[in-house]
Ligand binder design. Structure first.
Ligand code: ATP
Length: 323
């Protein structure tokens, strides 16, 4: 019988984390399980900074971006001393389980904890990148792609009015999925992402061959693409595209914020709810995700292996639909 669990959000924040926190807390309390939330991810675990989470603490948060528990990237947690301190905190609270909401780095941290303590740990995928194995959509991804799409739509207005070429940079150091989806939905003309190799000469040829009556000319690039981001791309192609007005727009952190979409809130609620149930069932060391509409447990070791391939036919789709 679990009497008390810990909860934390770690890594980059993502819209929907609050909905997940709410689901964990409300499900746990429903089953008479006490919940404490550590503040600023693994930093809070090291420093024993926490708050007791009752119904009131998670009231009115389902629609809010960010995380009420705050989050952090903790270098101390990567050290043996930090891990030892974190384990001391966990033991001090006599927890029956820990739920970590975060991305692949956070689950690597959870793996390190699991090597040093018997405490059952489960994870919910909270990252805008959607790059984890074990869930179709990570918490934050749907909102991020809709934010990115909204930006493309707005930039298109000015691009069309001035006959400009716009290079729009999306977040994604290793994963280009935000760029890929928003590029398709935004009707972009070209896409550059880390998962696909690009020939810049081909891109320049393509830009030069765009028909003169083309309404929009939008190139979407991930920050982590081999070309080095939007400014580098603009620098590279400008000398070859005389007569074209090429502008750059970096979306940056707006992709992390905002009101979580309906899908985000539903998915976050489902995985948060099930994370508690699975802890009660004795499960540990897994990501609780949704695959093909089914709640699925995937061992952390497998979940953290990056999805580094995309369906190349989607790039072809962009090429054909934008010609
Ligand atoms: P996002 O996808 O938004 O970047 P993330 O969870 O991948 O989220 P990271 O900064 O990579 O974000 O990881 C979060 C934290 O997890 C790190 O700051 C660090 O404290 C911990 N962590 C990551 N990798 C390890 C590791 N190998 N050992 C111990 N702790 C780790």
């Amino acid at each position: 019988m679990i009497k008390k669990i810990g909860l934390l959000t770690s890594g980059g924040d993502s819209p929907g984390m609050n909905a997940c926190i709410r689901a964990v807390v409300r499900t746990a309390l429903y089953h008479q399980i006490e919940v404490i939330g550590f503040i600023r991810g693994y930093e809070g675990l090291i420093d024993n900074q926490f708050m007791t989470l009752q119904h009131a603490q998670v009231s009115g948060i389902i629609h809010k971006g960010g995380t009420i528990l705050k989050t952090a990237r903790s270098d101390r947690f990567r050290t043996e001393a930090g891990l030892t301190q974190a384990i001391n905190t966990l033991q001090q609270h006599a927890l029956g389980g820990l739920i970590v909401i975060g991305g692949d780095g956070s689950f690597r941290g959870a793996i390190e904890l699991s090597k040093r303590t018997q405490l059952p740990i489960l994870g919910c995928a909270g990252t805008i990148d959607n790059d984890l194995i074990g869930t179709d959509f990570t918490i934050g991804y749907d909102t991020a792609i809709n934010t990115a799409l909204d930006a493309i739509d707005k930039i298109r207005d000015t691009a069309e009015s001035h006959d400009r070429v716009f290079i729009i940079e999306m977040m994604g150091r290793d994963a280009g999925l935000i760029a890929l989806r928003s590029a398709i939905a935004g009707g972009a003309e070209a896409l550059l992402i880390p998962e696909l190799h690009h020939d810049l000469e081909d891109l320049i040829t393509k830009i030069k061959s765009w028909r003169s009556n083309k309404g929009s000319r939008i190139i979407v690039v991930s920050e982590g693409d081999e070309v080095g981001g939007a400014y580098k791309l603009a620098q590279t192609i400008k000398p070859h595209c005389a007569g074209l007005d090429i502008k750059v727009s970096i979306l940056g952190h707006i992709q992390r914020g905002g009101t979580p979409t309906c899908m985000e809130r539903v998915n976050a609620s489902i995985v948060g709810h099930h994370a508690v149930l699975e802890l009660m069932n004795g499960k540990q060391g897994c990501l609780v995700g949704i695959i093909d509409k089914t709640v699925t447990l995937t061992p952390f070791e497998k979940a953290v292996k990056h999805i580094d391939q995309v369906d190349e036919r989607l790039e072809e789709l962009i090429r054909i639909l934008s010609h």
